[in-house]
Design a protein around this ligand. Sequence first.
Ligand SMILES: [Zn+2]
Length: 194
Amino acid sequence: MKLALNKQLATNYKSASQKARVLTEHWVDESVFCPNCGHLDIDKYPNNRPVADFYCSNCREDYELKSKQGKIGMKIVDGAYRAMIKRLQDANNPNFFLLNYNLHNLEVLNFLVIPKHFFVPEIIESRKPLASTARRAGWVGCNILLQGIPQTGKIFFVKNRQVESRKKRCLRNGKRLYFCARKMKSPRRAGCLT
Ligand SMILES: [Zn+2]
């Protein structure tokens, strides 16, 4: 697994957010296997699909990708609050990929998956509505609260630039978590979320 993002892919894009999206999506497409079933390829949905960014053609799990430059921090800023809650309550709620990279040298620092049973409404915080002077006045965004997720709910592929290269270990973690999820319907009730 290479940690460098392929800079050349971004040369035709002007905005920083478009560049980041192209580079990080490509890296995931090339580098990541399905953490649920171990299938070597995961596939990208066509752009602008609201449900998820990637899926596994073998086990049909969906994956939402969020990337963040610099430090991971305690919260991840994400899109519309209501849409997020609705998606997490859906029968096909996605798992969550978080890719954290260094903007200066375009290298992956951390990459982790949060299995869907830990990616729940309890860890989503609504932000203040945008001010009446804003272009989208009243719009409410959300934060994903990473500190609300137990360590067992964060499966790292890359941690502090170190590749967790032992696929079996990741997979075993994944299976244990999924098995665990079937036994307990709510992570919160089982005391996994604080
Ligand atoms: Zn799979």
